[in-house]
Design a protein around this ligand. Structure first.
Ligand code: ZN
Length: 240
């Protein structure tokens, strides 16, 4: 045994014999030396941060139920502080969350999909119940939504899925297409900022698909006058 080890062993034995006394003396010392006590604790916290973190992780994994219980209890105990802090930092939080969602988009979408798949039935039941309880306001909300830009787009995407042709596209695809076309009609180049139709260049009735490479965005006029011509046929008879 080295000298240091002997020393430590001696201290440990002394502590065990005089435990209460030691604790009381330490308590008094920390009251009398508040600043030094704090800086000691801080230094030790920083020095052992990694080690403690690892210990905590191991303990939390082994005592998951208890950990969650403690976490919940602590949250309940400090709920007012948390709420106040949140209110005081609400702008930063909103910004932070926005950025976080942007940086972790794929991961979040994956989690959401897994959650949706695992909770299909309970979600449907909940949605049904919610709809029945809030029928009036839901009808109003959905009327407003279906007239909005996003609502119209989502409806068109869904309609096209339902039409039974092969392939599908997403609202994201349409947004990209909108940018690629520079917010102009595919056929006549007029601005489509006010609104556009999702157009199948080869019509579904003629075996065209729903894949995004068969889709373009057209102004209302072009879309309505194209009928079931292919893009080539329409361009040939309208602009030559
Ligand atoms: Zn047009």
């Amino acid at each position: 045994m080295t000298k240091e080890e002997k020393n430590r062993e001696y201290k440990r034995k002394y502590y065990e014999k005089n435990k209460e006394d030691c604790i009381e003396r330490a308590r008094l010392w920390s009251i009398e030396n508040r600043e030094r006590d704090r800086s000691n604790k801080r230094r030790s916290y920083e020095k052992n941060y990694e080690k403690n973190l690892e210990h905590r992780r191991i303990w939390q994994a082994a005592n998951r139920g208890k950990y969650l219980e403690l976490k919940k209890a602590s949250y309940q105990k400090n709920i007012d502080t948390y709420k106040k802090w949140y209110q005081d930092h609400i702008r930063e939080r909103v910004e932070y969350n926005k950025q976080y969602r942007k940086d972790n988009k794929e991961q979040i979408e994956l989690y959401q999909k897994i959650y949706r798949d695992n909770n299909k039935e309970s979600r449907n039941a909940y949605n049904r119940e919610y709809y029945i309880k809030n029928r009036e306001s839901e009808i109003k909300r959905s009327a407003i939504y279906s007239k909005s830009k996003k609502g119209r787009l989502v409806k068109q995407v869904c309609d096209n899925k339902r039409r039974g042709a092969e392939g599908s596209f997403t609202t994201e695809d349409i947004k990209n297409l909108y940018a690629t076309q520079g917010a102009r009609c595919y056929y006549c180049s007029i601005s489509i900022e006010e609104g556009y139709h999702i157009e199948h260049m080869a019509p579904i009735s003629k075996g065209g698909s729903n894949w995004i490479d068969n889709i373009c965005l057209a102004c209302v006029q072009c879309n309505l006058s194209k009928h079931d011509k292919t893009a080539e046929e329409f361009l040939a008879c309208s602009f030559n």
